[in-house]
Design a protein around this ligand. Structure first.
Ligand code: SAM
Length: 272
């Protein structure tokens, strides 16, 4: 949809997959990653091996001008390089970088000429690998459409106990993901309670749901993305559980671009 929508514009169109995997996903019974197998169990073309995001992007009818695949794992990056052989007509457009998604994305955002480039970035981390600063850097380009599988339950909600407790490590990890500590006041209620003997103690309780965590992130992102952030998101996870929230944000502030982007993204959210 994206490459068709922008076909008349004179931009170089880039697909940037920051956690690209290998191009294929093994969901067979021998795959030890049971959670991932569950997650993909309702995919139509289900088989022991299905196409991953990189291969799916290469298969689109109207290809992108450039594909950048980032993968931290060396052997997975080698497999990604093998996609050149599978898609010889696109080989010259494929760039594989073995490295950290944040560093590669920040370099991409800073070193690209955004007057003549537009990009779709897909963030599909296992967990809390994407830093808030990276999200802000993407927004600053005003030229990137972002699909972010934000680990709302896995790396935020679940890290806080019912009593509103979490270790300093977990607290730091949430701050890295969403860029602030302000959530504490909103999500953890603390009140003073007096026992029969007049002793006063503080009692805390977590007062947030996974949906509210997602809305909080959307609200934070909205301050950065001058185009906007879609109100709706897709809850995704194994067996219908809400582990991740697929969030869509776009940087281009022009009204025309926003109308088009919103309608495309809303359609994708509905279709899934
Ligand atoms: C959920 S998987 C991606 C799956 C892929 N989108 C697909 O459809 O096949 C996350 C990938 O990110 C890689 N990864 C983990 N940390 C990373 C980092 N800091 N930078 C880049 N890649 C990373 C993992 O090796 C793993 O292959």
């Amino acid at each position: 949809m994206y490459t068709y929508a922008l076909k008349k514009q004179n931009f170089e169109l880039v697909y940037f997959d920051a956690f690209a995997g290998t191009g294929s996903i093994d969901i067979g019974p021998s795959n030890s990653d049971e959670a991932q197998a569950d997650l993909l169990a309702d995919v139509e073309d289900v088989g022991p091996i299905i196409d991953g995001s990189a291969k799916r992007a290469l298969k689109v009818e109207r290809p992108f001008d450039k594909y950048i695949f980032v993968e931290a794992n060396r052997s997975k990056a080698t497999e990604l390089n093998g996609l050149r052989g599978e898609f010889p007509e696109l080989a010259h457009r494929i760039f594989v970088r073995q490295g950290d998604a944040n560093a590669e994305l920040i370099a991409f955002c800073r070193n690209t000429n955004w007057r003549r480039t537009r990009a779709v970035v897909f963030l599909d981390p296992f967990g809390s690998q994407t830093g808030w600063d990276t999200v802000c850097e993407i927004a600053r380009t005003k030229a990137i459409d972002l699909w972010y599988l934000f680990p709302s339950m896995l790396c935020v909600y679940r890290q806080i106990s019912r009593e509103g407790k979490l270790s300093p490590d977990k607290e730091a990890s949430i701050k890295w993901l969403i860029g602030t500590d302000d959530w504490r006041a909103e999500w953890i209620a603390t009140e003073k309670q007096e026992d029969l003997f007049g002793n006063v103690r503080s009692v805390s309780e977590k007062q947030v749901s996974v949906d509210e965590v997602t809305k909080y992130m959307i609200h934070r992102m909205r301050a950065e993305f001058k185009g906007g952030v879609l109100d709706s998101w897709l809850p995704l996870g194994p067996k219908g559980r809400h582990w991740y929230s697929l969030i869509f944000a776009w940087g281009n502030p022009s009204g025309k671009a926003s109308a088009l982007t919103t309608s495309l993204a809303t359609h994708v959210m509905r279709r899934s």
